[in-house]
Design a protein around this ligand. Sequence first.
Ligand code: C5P
Length: 406
Amino acid sequence: MKDLSGKHIVLGLTGGIACYKSAELCRLLIKAGASVQVVMTAAAEQFITPVTMQALSQRPVALSQWDAREANNMAHINLSRNADACLIAPASADFMAKLAHGQADDLLSLLCLARPLERTPLLLAPAMNREMWQHPATRRNLDQVIRDGACMLGVGSGEQACGETGDGRMMEPDEILQELIAFFQPKVLAGQKVLVTAGPTYEPIDPVRGITNLSSGKMGFAIARAAREAGAEVTLVAGPVSLTTPQGVHRIDVRSALNMHAAVMQQASTASIFIATAAVADWRPASAAEQKIKKDGSGNAPELQFVENPDILATLAQSERGQSRALYCVGFAAESHDLQAHAQAKRLRKGVPLLVGNIGPQAFGQDENTLLLVDEQGCNELARDSKLSLARQLIANIASRLSTGA
Ligand code: C5P
C-alpha cells in the first residue's frame, strides 16, 4: 500500500518558472500511488509543454473549458467532482488574485470555483519573485483565499531564478509530496506538542575520538514525521545522524548525552508527549582530553574512566508532569533476546506508561522493524513493516491512549 494509493489528484500548473519542478512533482505523485490529472493555464504552457506532463501523468492534459471532446462539454464539473484534492503547483500571484475574486475565465480557475468546498480541498504551493510575494496585494489575496477554505502549503526561501534571494520559491517537489501525504492523515494529535529524541549520542574521548553506537535515527525520525502528519507541533532532538529533517518538524541537533539532556529539559516544560527513541550512551569518559591522546610506545593503552550519563527518560517520567501524565512519556528498549520480559522490566524501572520494545540487531539501520508495545495490561505486537508505517500505528495508539486516559 503506497502513501497515495487510491487518491486522485488534479495537479494545476499556472505561469511560473517553477513549472519545471512540477514535472518531478507529477512523477513523485504517481510513484506514491496517486492518479494524476494535469490541468495547465495558457501561461503555464509558456514554461513547460503539455507533452511532458501528459507523458508523466499518462493522461491527456486538460487545457481548455471549450474542449469539445468532453461529452457534456463541462470539463470544470467533471474534473472537480472526482478529485480527492486540487493541488496548484506552482500557484502564481496572478492565479491567487483570480481565486481571491472568484474569477473563472480559464479552465483551472473555473474548476477551483466549481469544486464542492466540503469534498474537494484546494492546496496551494505558491511560486513567485520575492517582491511579488511580499506585495500587500498578494498578502491580501492569499489571506482571502485561505479564508475561503484553501490550504497554503508554504513557500521556500533562497536563490530565485531572477537572481534575487528571498521568500517565494516554490517548495521542492518532495516537500510538496510530504505535505500532501500529511494532509490525508487523520489529525489524531491536533493541539499536542510532541518532543522526540532520536539517533545515537557521541561521547568524546579526545578531539578526534569518541564512543557512539549503531542507532541510525530512522525510527525516531519516522515517529517525528508521523506525529506531525497527525497534526502535532513536533520538536526533534537528534544525535549525530545524516537524515533529512521531516517536513514541518523543528529539529535541534546535539552530540553528547549531556547536550541531549540539556536540549530536552529546555523543551519539556511545554511538551505534552515525550517519545524517547534515542540510543543514549549510558556512560561517558569522565573527562575528554583537550589534545589527541598519542601512543607513547610502551604498548600500554590509556586507562579511561567513565561516569554515568543522566537518564533523560526516567528523569522526565518521574517528574511531576510525567507522573500526572501532563507529559505522556513513551520509552524504547532495544534488546537482543527475551524482549517481552526485558521490556516490561524496563517500563517499570523507567516509570513510563508505555514502553516500545524492539530487537536491536533487527532494527538498527534498517528501513523495517517490528515493535512490541508493553503497558500495564500486557503487550501487543505491531508486525514487521516499514518504520514509517509502524510510526503511524504507534502515534494512533498513543492518541487513543490519551483520549481514553489509558
Ligand atoms: O536504559 P536504556 O538505555 O536501555 O533505556 C532505553 C530508553 O531510555 C530509551 O527510550 C532511551 O531513549 C531512554 N534513555 C534516556 N536517557 C538515557 C538512557 C536511555 O532517555 N541516558
